[in-house]
Design a protein. Structure first.
Length: 254
């Protein structure tokens, strides 16, 4: 992915990593369209960041995804990059079904079906561009589990393997698949995470991500240094220690 000159749609960019990345990509010389459910947030975001466009979208609603995709492609036919940012993280208790089932289903709908439906809505258009990128968003927890967030971990592991697989399928097209693998970052993804000493400062994370995109435009995985402890535990042979460490230092998911 090139650092500049793209037209980028980022559903799930009204807060946290998505919003910070949208602003950084816009500042780097890209046309950026953010997506979110709340039209009031979208209006304030575009007012605060002139030049950034906005489209209403609910990534848990298949009809909303189709409608938003049609609008984005009509209004921005030069669109060449999709970043599937929208996601949720929730604590679950799996001792009884009423402690986790409804929450788990919501997480799967948002974190896994959402990106799949988004890619389905845009993949044909992206193949028509001379060069295009789909950036998926997994997590360090795709590679080492946090005990209190089992379905989140599972959906992010699925996103990793989905990225690996569709990269193989689309190798004969103009579309590249890039996987962003955040560590814990100081956002409102989980209660208390914005104040967590364990989490990486948001500005530091986005700055490092932008540097990696610029220095390694052909990378298939974007990994800041903080996530490598989680990402490569099995390869290093210290996976049990990694799992013990994150569940001791960050037992509540932040």
């Amino acid at each position: 992915m090139n650092i500049t000159g793209n037209t980028i749609f980022i559903p799930g960019a009204t807060s946290g990593i998505g919003l910070a990345l949208a602003r950084a990509l816009h500042a780097a010389g890209n046309v950026v369209i953010v997506g979110g459910r709340r039209t009031d947030l979208l209006a304030s975001l575009t007012a605060e960041s002139p030049g950034i466009h906005a489209v209403a979208i609910d990534t848990t609603d298949p009809a909303s995804i189709v409608a938003a995709a049609e609008r984005v492609i009509v209004e921005h036919p030069e669109l060449d990059t999709l970043i599937t940012m929208a996601g949720i993280m929730r604590v679950e208790d799996w001792h009884a079904a009423d402690g986790f089932l409804e929450t788990a289903e919501q997480i799967v709908t948002t974190n896994l079906l959402g990106p799949i439906r988004l890619i389905a809505a845009f993949v044909e258009h992206l193949q028509s561009r001379p060069s295009a990128t789909i950036m998926t968003v997994s997590s360090g927890l795709a590679f080492a589990p946090l005990a209190v967030t089992p379905t989140y971990n599972a959906t992010k592991a699925a996103i990793h393997m989905l990225s690996e697989s569709i990269r193989l399928q689309l190798a004969d097209t103009s579309v590249r698949i890039v996987e962003l693998e955040p560590p814990s970052v100081r956002t409102a993804l989980m209660p208390g995470q914005e104040e967590s000493d364990f989490a990486m400062p948001l500005d530091d994370f986005v700055s490092e991500v932008m540097g990696l995109i610029e220095s390694s435009p052909d990378a298939t995985e974007i990994q800041v240094e903080n996530v490598k402890f989680l990402r490569y535990g099995e390869a290093r042979g210290d996976y049990p220690q990694v799992v013990e460490t994150i569940n001791r230092l960050d037992p509540h998911g932040h």
